[in-house]
Design a protein around this ligand. Structure first.
Ligand code: GUN
Length: 289
């Protein structure tokens, strides 16, 4: 391969994070408080089912208990709020994850606001997003946290760098922009109405792509030596019997120019799960103090 970039290996880092969590889980369990995550999955979205299964498997691998709450796609907002109230009141549950997206008829805002902020291991509650904005985070959303841990583990200095976040979602784009700002990067958020995405990418020392559009960012746009964090996981038809996973960045061409780059798969994805489980352990530790 012609690429010159070093890989930001999320699989390897996630393994290290999980190994460290294992010890903390054991300590909690020895104190009679096994960390426990309630996973609420509403409806039959196939991608969500895969994500949830993979979160539960990884949780089990470090001794974290998970409790599955599957609800039909016809579930009303009220019924879901009731279930969340029960989980909030259950002292043996330390973390609550409501898998997104929710079915169209459910009021996502009300549901996310109903989760006890101290059990909000996804970091989606307005209290937790507000604390992040103020620079005193409690639970930081898992994908943004995973991006930052990948950068930190590689010793990349962000202070004074020009960082471009592509995508302005509440669960990735906005929080990761805040985290980059807290590391003293000069942050731009690009989105679907940005006039000249190519020019923004060409000027960026760090690019975080989180839009869910296969290979939207062309490799030739990447500034030589830049850090490329690709949050996208897009399934595309590659002519075979299985869809191919590609990121939001054209990997081969970008890797030929970048200094550091995350692969897809094996970059941000495994870190998202590791950070979720880190939040669960933190919630369990906080509950016991
Ligand atoms: N859907 C896509 N990403 C996420 C995530 O990080 N958490 C939850 N709960 N749902 C998601």
């Amino acid at each position: 391969m012609s690429e010159s970039a070093k890989l930001l290996d999320g699989k390897a880092l996630a393994k290290r994070v999980l190994a460290e969590l294992g010890g903390r889980v054991q300590a909690c369990t020895a104190a009679g408080r096994t960390p426990c995550l309630a996973v609420v999955l509403v409806g039959d979205d196939p991608a969500s089912k895969i994500y949830v299964r993979s979160k539960e498997r990884k949780a089990a691998s470090v001794g974290i208990e998970t409790r599955d709450h599957r609800m039909p796609a016809t579930t009303s907002t009220e019924a879901l709020l009731e279930r969340i109230a029960e989980l909030n009141a259950d002292e043996s549950v330390h973390g609550i994850l409501v898998q997104l997206p929710l079915p169209a008829g459910v009021d996502e805002r009300r549901v996310l606001e109903a989760v006890d902020p101290r059990k909000d291991v996804d970091g989606f509650h307005p209290d937790n997003l507000g604390l992040l904005m103020l620079g005193v985070p409690r639970f930081v959303a898992c994908t943004p946290q995973g991006c930052m841990r990948l950068i930190a583990a590689s010793g990349i200095e962000l202070s004074g760098k020009r960082a471009l976040v592509i995508g302005r979602s509440n669960i990735v784009g906005k929080p990761v922009a805040q985290l980059l700002l807290q590391q003293n990067a000069t942050v731009t958020i690009a989105h679907s109405r940005t006039a000249d995405l190519e020019a923004e990418v060409r000027g960026a020392d760090v690019v975080v792509a989180a839009v869910g559009r296969p290979e939207l960012v062309r490799g030739e746009w990447i500034k030589p030596g830049a850090v490329v964090i690709d949050v996208g996981i897009n399934r595309v038809d590659a002519g075979g019997d299985k869809p191919k996973l590609v990121g939001d960045v054209a990997f081969e061409a970008a890797a030929a120019r970048a200094g550091w780059i995350t692969p897809v798969p094996g970059g941000v994805g495994p870190m998202t799960i590791a950070c979720l489980l880190a939040n669960v352990v933190e919630a369990a530790e906080a509950a016991s103090s």
